[in-house]
Write a new protein. Structure first.
Lengths: 347, 236
């Protein structure tokens, strides 16, 4: 067991080829090559385009990370790689590369959960996570509330979205508004220039829904409501106020996310809330969470925006935690799992 | 010199350990007039198109172990760059590229189809399965490629192969569509053989030629009509 393990993390679950290097909770390198520009004209990630880009970027991105961290592969204590969930063909590129590096350099290999890594990345910013903690995971494919008893082996799902993920809602609404892909950053920007003037629905917040779905989310109704509102405007021949629609949509999303996250903390008596995933980069989510957590004496931890979207450092951060806690490494035949459950941390 | 030979361009995922040395009395040259001899010391292959990602690394470990060698003993890597189904092909190429990078040794690409034509006299059609009722193919005269690699429907290949004077066909794609090719098809090999792959690179390995990037022969554009991806964890 090494207290400050030097870990290299590889991430290829979607459209970013990420390689990060950490020592303990210290970030040394975070190299990312993105194929997002190639996907933009399709309005979403095309799996084969992403996989081809991963193959080309893999080794150069490892080199960049090693150079940035000023370490050699031989110095590394362990290699961690995203084994799932994600796009099957994309995951395979990163996992095969990780196996090759582990085999060549004789290093232990950890196949880890991308979602747990989105949560673990905060340790690079704020140090060891007080456990238990409540985690709000909000990304392109997932929106979940989790109780984190241990980042290494104890993540318990409390609730999740019943339909669209929060990031997916941002992306779909951005498409309705003609703002391009990915939609999250575009809406975030537009919203900063408008005020909240439209009352869009807050899914699963009515009393009867709370009984059964207290910690679950639903964003598809919100997305439809925005689309209807925009259509009505267009039918009337009136301009669509992008900033106001963006701000109002964003407020609905962030209101529900933060209200349920704070509720999860308060009912469980847990005083740490950590937010992870691409949507955690959102300025309104961060501000509203800070406000509500402060009001209820909850210690809020959100990593800086650059660490919220997919990257290799988050995978290295989780790997570092696993090594420090003496978790058993994976074998060379470890599989990828495109639908890996959120509570399964390693394969 | 110890050489790792990899191919993942067909349903067979293959790893082999070879040795390349100067030819001598008891070690005849692999190719006439070539001063290098090549032998395969250990090999592993699994025929399962869905297992490439899981099987390749353990197979590499196994062939090294069988020969009592360590990764650091390797001097070069020879990899089949296809054509082949994309996902499996990439597993082999990223593995070979990363190993070459980590070990600081050169990588040498060979066209997977070429391996079937090594040492085969006359005019031969080589075909592997490209799924979607198509085959990856090339035509050879005494081991030298005349046409291909291309991806086409078997009936179209039949016409092209006839025009090129092919007398026989080989490869799992040829076996699968034998009824449409109008040629006698060899029962074996169905998949690329490491000895043949190594012989295709033996001169580069022996002379210490500069390594080359392993660029896959996809031959098809990405399918961008596929529904846009949304990944999702399984429900608890
Ligand atoms: N500033 C922002 N505001 C809102 N959403 C954002 C912002 N930045 C990024 N996003 C959203 O985050 C999502 C991408 O996050 P992430 O990279 O974590 O998702 P993913 O890896 O595709 O999915 P998952 O992590 O669920 O497998 C996109 O939907 C994007 O629109
Ligand atoms: Mg993600």
């Amino acid at each position: 067991m090494t207290a400050q393990p030097l870990v290299l993390g590889i991430e290829t679950s979607c459209d970013e080829t990420g390689v990060g290097i950490v020592r303990g909770h210290t970030l040394l390198a975070n190299a990312v090559a993105s194929s997002v520009a190639e996907h933009a004209r399709y309005g979403g990630v095309v799996p084969e385009v992403a996989s081809r880009a991963h193959l080309e970027a893999m080794v150069p991105t490892v080199h960049r990370a090693l150079a940035d961290a000023e370490v050699a592969l031989a110095d590394i204590d362990a290699i961690a790689v995203t084994a799932g969930p994600g796009l099957a063909g994309a995951l395979l590129v990163g996992v095969a590369a990780a196996k090759a590096y582990a085999l060549a350099a004789g290093k232990p290999l950890y196949g880890v959960n991308h979602l747990a890594a989105h949560v673990a990345v905060d340790t690079l910013e704020h140090g060891a996570l007080p456990e238990p903690a409540i985690a709000l995971l909000v990304s392109g494919g997932h929106s979940s509330l989790l109780r984190v008893d241990s980042l290494a082996d104890g993540i318990v799902p409390l609730g999740s979205t019943l339909d669209d993920a929060a990031g997916e809602a941002y992306d779909k609404v951005a498409r309705v508004l003609g703002m391009g892909f990915p939609g999250g950053p575009a809406i975030d920007r537009a919203a900063s220039e408008g005020s909240v003037t439209i009352a869009f629905p807050r899914g699963l917040t009515a009393a009867r829904d709370l009984r059964e779905h207290r910690f679950d989310f639903s964003f598809s109704g919100l997305k439809t409501a925005v689309a209807r509102w925009v259509e009505a405007r267009e039918r009337a021949g009136e301009p669509v106020p992008l900033a106001e629609v963006s701000a109002s949509f964003q407020e609905a999303v962030c209101d529900v996310l933060t209200a349920k996250a704070v509720d999860a903390c308060r009912t469980s008596g847990i005083t740490t809330l950590v937010i992870g995933g691409g949507v955690a980069a959102n300025s309104r989510l961060r501000a509203l969470a800070a406000e509500r957590c402060a009001r209820h004496g909850i210690d809020l931890r959100v990593p800086r925006p650059g660490l919220c979207t997919d990257n290799g450092a988050m995978v290295a951060a989780l790997g570092s935690q696993l090594v420090a806690e003496g978790a058993a490494p994976g074998r060379l035949d470890l599989p990828t799992n495109s639908a890996m459950r959120v509570d399964v941390i390693t394969v | 010199m110890l050489v790792l030979v990899l191919d993942s361009a067909t349903p067979a995922v293959t790893a082999a350990l070879g040795r390349v040395e100067p030819a001598a009395g008891d070690r005849p040259p692999t190719i006439d007039g070539n001063p290098w001899s090549a032998t395969i010391l250990a090999r592993r292959a699994t025929v399962d198109a869905r297992a490439h990602g899981e099987r390749l690394a353990p197979q590499i470990d196994a062939v090294l172990g069988e020969a009592g060698a360590k990764p650091g003993d390797l001097g070069a890597i020879v990899a089949g760059i296809g054509p082949g189904p994309f996902t499996g092909l990439r597993v082999g190429l990223v593995t070979a590229t990363a190993l070459g990078d980590a070990l600081g040794i050169p990588t040498y690409p060979v066209c997977t189809l070429d391996a079937f034509a090594v040492g085969r006299p006359g005019r031969v059609l080589v075909a592997t399965d490209a799924r979607r009722r198509e085959i990856y193919w090339a035509c050879y005269a005494d081991g030298v490629r005349l046409a291909g690699p291309e991806v086409s429907k078997p009936v179209e290949v039949a016409g092209r192969a006839a025009g090129l004077g092919a007398r026989q066909a080989v490869g799992d794609g040829a076996l699968r569509y034998a009824d449409q090719l109008d040629l006698p098809v060899l029962a074996e090999p169905r998949f690329p053989q490491p000895a043949a792959m190594l012989s295709l690179a033996v001169r580069r390995v022996g002379t210490g030629a500069p390594g080359e990037p392993l660029i896959p022969l996809y031959l098809r554009r990405p399918d961008t009509t596929e529904p846009v991806a949304r990944k999702r964890a399984a429900p608890q």
